[in-house]
Design a protein around this ligand. Sequence first.
Ligand code: FAD
Ligand code: DLZ
Ligand code: SF4
Length: 509
Amino acid sequence: MRRVRNLIVVLGDQLTPTLSSLAAADPARDRVLMAELQDEATYVPHHKKKIAFLFSAMRHFAEELRALGWSVDYVKLGSPENQASFTAQLAHAIAAHRPERILVTDAAEWRVSQEIAAWQALFSIPVDRFPDDRFVCSTPAFRAWAKGRTQLRMEYFYREMRRQTGLLMDGDAPVGGKWNFDSENRKAAPVDIFMPRPSVFAPDAITAEVLSLVQARFAHHFGDLAPFWFAVTRADAEAAFAAFVDRALPQFGDYQDAMLTNEPFLYHAVISQYLNCGLLDPLRVCRQVEAAYRSGKVPLNAAEGFIRQIIGWREYVRGIYWLKMPGYERSNFFGHTRELPGFYWTADSDMACIDAAVTQTKEQAYAHHIQRLMITGNFAMLAGVDPHALHEWYLSVYADAYEWVELPNTVGMSQFADGGLLASKPYAASGAYINRMSNYCSSCGYDVKQRTGPMACPFNALYWDFVARNRTKIGGNPRMAQTVRTYDNFAPDERQRIAESAANFLANL
Ligand code: FAD
Ligand code: DLZ
Ligand code: SF4
C-alpha cells in the first residue's frame, strides 16, 4: 500500500467539502479521517437528537466526500478500531497509515483547539492548521476591530460586516436608509395565526442505523430521539432553507420575539444546527435572503433582521469567544451560585412558560432565541443560578450548541455574567414582558398581574429582588437606572413583601 502523504482530520462540525484543510490536500494522494467519539458525545451529556443528527450528518458527509473522490476512514462508534478521543483516534490512524503530515482546519472551540495544538509534539509529525474560512470575519480581523474600543457593541460590528459583504447596501449606504429595522420586529403573534412548519425529512437507512446506535448507547441522555426529522445532507438542509425563505421569512421579522404555546418554531428558520456543522453556508444563505428581498418576495424588516442574526450576532459572538477564551467560561459578574433547578430537565416547575420551553427542548432539541433568552435564561439570572451550570445545560440540550456560539450567548447575553462586555444591559424581565410577548400566562397557575404572595408570578418578585440585590452593580448602567429608581420608590413594606416572596419561592426551588 502506498504511504499516505497527508492525513486530513475532519471534525464533526466541519462538514463542508470546500473546507480549508481539504482545499490544501489532494484526493488522489491524501486520506481523510473522521470518527464518532465517545468523549465528544459526552463531554457534556448531549441531547440524544443532537448526537443522532451529528453522527448521521457525519456519515452522509463521508459519503459525499467519497463521491468527490476522497478516501475516507470513517470510524463508527462501536467499531473495533474506534478510540474515545480525537488524539487517541489519530494515534491509531498514524500507526496504520504513517502519514507525512497531518492537516486540520482550526477547531471551532477552545477545548478541541488545545487538544490539536499538542499533536505536533506528541506525534513528532508536522501538523498544518488552516483557518476556518467559513466565517465572514476571521478571528484576527475581529481582534483588530475590538482593539482599543472600550465597548464592543454588536451594532457597529454588524455595520462593518454589511460594508464588507455588500449585503443590503446601496453603494455606501444601507438599503432603506437605516441599518437596523428591529423596532418593527416586536409583534406578539395572534393565537389563530397561520404557522408554517419547518421541513421534515424521513430517516433513511443511514439515519435509522444511527438512531439505533444512539438509543443503545445514550438512552440515559436528556431528550427524545423520535420523531427524528432533521435534514442530514447538504441537499436536504438547502431544501429546508429554501422552504423557510418561501414560507416563513416574509413574517420572520414581525414575529421574531413572539412565543406561543405548542408553536415551537413560529417563523424562525430552524437552521442553526445546519449552519453550525457546515451543511449550510452562512454567506450563501444571506445572499439568498437578499435576493428574495430584491425580487420583492420579502419585506426589508424581515431580510435585514435575518441577515443581522447571521453576519451580525453569529459572527460577533464568535469574535467575543475567541477574544476572551480561556477564562470567559468562568465569568460570574453577579457571583451567582445556585444549582440549576431540576425542572430544567423535567419541565415540572408549574410555571407555564418554563415548562413550555423545557418540554419543547426535550422534544425537539430546539427553542427559539426569545425562549432561551427571556424564559430559561431570564429565570436563571433572576434566581441567581450559577452561570457555568446554566452554560453546561445550554451546551447539552440544543442541536445547534457548540461552545463558541453557546457560551457568549449564555454567559454574556443572557446572564450578563461578563459584566456587560457583550450586552449593554441585563436581559432581566418580569412576568409583564412574558405576558406581552406570549400566551403562556393564560394557562399558568400563577397570576402574572400579582407582584407578591403565593399565587403571584414568580418572575415578578424575583425581578425586583434581582434589582434590589444588584442595585450597586447595575445602578450605574444608564439603561437600568430608571428601574432602580422605580424600586427605590416602592414603599418599604412593598419592598419587604418582594424580599419575602422571592425568598419563599427560592427556598422551595
Ligand atoms: P432564527 O431565529 O431563524 O435566526 C437565524 C439564524 O441566525 C440562526 O440559525 C443563527 O445561526 C443566527 N442567530 C440568531 N441569533 C443568534 C445569536 N444570538 N447568536 C448566534 N447566532 C444567532 N445559537 C446557536 O447557534 N447555538 C447555540 O448553542 C446557541 N445558544 C444560545 C444560548 C442562549 C442562552 C441564547 C439566548 C441564544 C443562543 N443561541 C445559540 C442563539 C439563538 O437562540 C439560536 O441561534 C437560534 O434560536 C437558532 O434558531 P433558528 O435557526 O430558528 O434561528
Ligand atoms: C458535538 C460533537 C459530537 C456529539 N460528537 C462528535 C464526534 O463524535 N466526532 C466529532 O468529530 N465531532 C463531534 N462533535 C463535534 C465536536 O465536538 C466539534 O468538532 C468540536 O466541538 C470542535 O469544535
Ligand atoms: Fe411564566 Fe409568570 Fe406567565 Fe406563569 S404567569 S407563564 S410563570 S410569566
